[in-house]
Design a protein around this ligand. Structure first.
Ligand SMILES: [Mn+2]
Length: 190
């Protein structure tokens, strides 16, 4: 494990099933960090997210973030589809691939994020990857569009550990009308 981390999902107000999901997985010196937001909400969206999380729990990580997204794209064919941010942390290097409305922030140094337009499972033309340095002590945040990023400042949440930071973000910035997912990881060592 090379990062302290926590993730939290919360269904839209009035709903029990959640169409957002998150996963962290360590394997062979790499850490997979991902959030998934299935189209729509409720039980049908939750089914798609469950499929996505099953795929992410098993997928090989040696194909990089694009390889993971490509497998996810195949796994979600025939479903209503999803957006997802997938990042791989290897030492102090982060590579990522995000499809649809999902966000990645890093603090203190930002990683230039390039998103791939489309919907996983049906309409992604080309997976674009991005990468950057996340030196030890950096914080990495992934979140779905159920969270408003406009006033969200990672540096203001520095005093909070990953779990408290996730709870604060959902409490302050999650929209009541959408499912929300947030994942925070602190990079510990190369
Ligand atoms: Mn959403």
């Amino acid at each position: 494990m090379n990062a302290a981390r926590f993730h939290l999902v919360r269904p839209r107000v009035g709903e029990v099933a959640c169409g957002d999901g998150a996963i962290v997985r360590d394997e062979g010196g790499r850490t997979l960090l991902a959030v998934v937001d299935a189209l729509g909400h409720g039980p049908l969206a939750a089914e798609v997210t469950s499929l996505a999380l099953t795929c992410l729990a098993r997928v090989a990580l040696d194909g990089g973030a694009v390889g993971v997204q490509s497998e996810l794209n195949d796994a979600l064919r025939g479903t209503r589809g999803a957006a997802a941010m997938v990042c791989l942390l290897e030492g102090e290097r982060l590579t990522g691939c995000g499809v649809g409305n999902v966000e990645l922030r890093t603090d203190p140094r930002s990683v230039p994020v390039v998103l791939s337009p489309g919907i996983l499972g049906s309409s992604v033309r080309r997976f674009r990857s991005f990468e950057g340095a996340v030196p030890r002590g950096s914080r990495v945040l992934l979140f779905s569009d159920g969270v408003s990023g406009t006033r969200l400042r990672l540096d203001e949440l520095r005093a909070l550990d990953p779990e408290a930071a996730c709870r604060a973000i959902v409490q302050r910035f999650a929209y009541p009308h959408d499912d929300a997912s947030v994942l925070v990881a602190d990079v510990r060592a190369p």
